[in-house]
Design a protein around this ligand. Structure first.
Ligand code: MTE
Length: 314
């Protein structure tokens, strides 16, 4: 990720808009259902949407952080989604062109019951939870985001993964008519996890944030969120999930193998060549805070990596 802007969003810029958004959601959102609203705003630029479709009811996950949440405005205007441009504000400006309905996700490969899921099937597949997770970018900024979704394992179990499935590859949408044609990365953007990482209860198949369907710039209509890994492991706008027997190549690993390994676990002891990983700055704050091993989720995930040298498997 080549962009590091000194002028991150400041709290003074964020708060009034965030308060406004909250009030607007309260006024317009009450009682609106997903079915009623989801198709309405597909294709509209984010700022022009009257109100995004509400998701619910939502169970609050025990995995949720109780730290202050990053305001909606920052979560939805400070993004990495390179298909829509490489500056942080580009995805919010350009991702409105993405049509998120109809949308299907193929779950295929080494599976007894490979099949294609419509986005409406996905929304009903398992109880939706609110998961307030820290997200830490390799660029040394972080956010706390109230995602909505359910464990990816619930989806994978539907297709009956075979014993030979050792990894999961995520393939994302690529449409050169509306997305960057320049080969900034090897499109389509792909990511991968080991099967035990993919099945881990923290790995979230994500359909929304702040109680609403995902804004396009955040990866609508469906993405993953893997909170103990750097943000780039959390692939957006997924169209296929493949169960495979070999470690899949990933978009960032292909572009700069010495900088982006397959695992990409948040690790304050292993620096990226261009950014220290020891500390981070939460968007909206000035001070730096220490980065926590596995982004603070060590208790849940450290056992996945027992016996591995995390300097080599970075
Ligand atoms: N997914 C796709 N398809 N394209 C991308 O460029 N960027 C990744 C990840 N998923 C990216 C992607 C990176 S670098 C980060 S930090 C997170 O998305 C950012 O997610 P957010 O914008 O919702 O915070």
């Amino acid at each position: 990720m080549r962009i590091l802007r000194p002028s991150d969003i400041l709290p003074s810029e964020i708060t009034p808009r965030a308060l406004f958004e909250d009030r607007r959601r309260f006024l317009l959102g009450a009682g609106a259902t997903l079915a009623a609203g989801a198709a309405m705003w597909a294709g509209l630029p984010s700022e022009a949407r009257a109100a995004a479709a509400k998701l619910g009811p939502l169970a609050r996950s025990p995995f949720s952080s109780d730290e202050p949440q990053t305001p909606y405005k920052a979560v939805t205007t400070y993004n990495n989604y390179y298909e829509f441009g490489t500056d942080k504000e580009d995805p919010a400006a350009n991702a409105g062109k993405l049509t998120v309905r109809p949308w299907t996700v193929r779950v295929e490969g080494l599976a007894g019951k490979a099949r294609t899921f419509d986005i409406d099937d996905l929304l009903k597949l398992a109880p939706l939870e609110e998961r307030i997770y820290r997200l830490r970018c390799v660029e040394a900024w972080s956010m706390v985001i109230p995602w909505v979704g359910f464990p990816l394992s619930a989806l994978l179990r539907q297709v009956d993964p075979q014993g030979s499935a050792k990894y999961v590859e995520f393939v994302t949408h690529y449409d050169p008519k509306i997305m960057l044609r320049r080969p900034v990365l090897d499109w389509p953007y792909t990511e991968g996890l080991r099967i035990d990482e993919a099945m881990h209860p923290l790995t979230l198949l994500t359909l929304g944030l702040y109680g609403e369907v995902l804004p396009n710039q955040n990866g609508a209509p469906v993405r993953v969120v893997v909170p103990w890994k750097y943000g780039f492991k959390s692939a957006k706008s997924i169209v296929a999930i493949r169960l495979v027997d070999k470690e899949p190549r990933t978009a960032w690993n292909k572009s700069a193998p010495s900088e982006y390994g397959f695992y990409s676990n948040v690790n304050p002891n292993v620096d990226h060549p261009r950014w220290s990983q020891a500390t981070e700055r939460r968007i909206g704050e000035f001070r730096k805070r220490p980065t926590l091993m596995f982004n603070g989720y060590a208790e849940q995930v450290a056992n996945l990596y027992q016996g591995m040298d995390l300097r080599k498997s970075f």
